[in-house]
Design a protein around this ligand. Structure first.
Ligand code: ZN
Ligand code: MN
Length: 147
């Protein structure tokens, strides 16, 4: 799994990644995957659409949403259902936990405790391929404002 740094992804790299996952590489898919890989900020489909609609004139919100769902099916991005009022996506598919602030609604990446990794890898004949750990509360910044 690729680490999410501030790296820029080339079209060739993204095409290879799509094809390796069994997804036909179209210009729109390459652009959406590039945005997801370079912006690990848990965007909703609307945010991705807003960011790309200026550069890709023919893009529609439906296309963005369907593409993200296709990527989820092929393991290229994660769908987060941490809040049932919105659905967001994560271009970082390495195992990590999420914290959602109830006050500002921001979603933060958190490390997964070793115990959870051990648990997921040792389930007596069951095989885990997706582990989501959602934590909710109040973030550091919002706690400062409250106190
Ligand atoms: Zn907050
Ligand atoms: Mn994340």
């Amino acid at each position: 799994m690729k680490e999410n740094t501030n790296k820029n992804y080339t079209t060739a790299e993204l095409k290879m990644e799509l094809e390796a996952a069994g997804v036909r590489a179209t210009a729109q898919r390459v652009a959406i995957l590039k945005f997801m890989r370079e912006n690990p900020v848990h965007p909703t489909a609307d945010v991705v659409y807003e960011a790309l609609s200026d550069t890709i004139g023919s893009l529609s919100l439906t296309t963005v949403y369907n593409t993200l769902k296709l990527f989820v099916e092929h393991g290229l991005v994660l769908m987060l259902t941490i809040d049932d009022t919105f659905r967001c996506f994560d271009g970082n598919v390495a195992m990590h936990a999420h914290f959602m602030c109830r006050s500002c609604k921001k979603i933060f990446d958190m490390p997964v405790p070793d115990e959870v990794r051990v648990f997921a890898g040792n389930m007596d004949g069951f095989t885990a391929d997706d582990v989501q750990l959602y934590v909710k509360g109040v973030c550091k910044e919002c706690n400062k404002k409250i106190s």
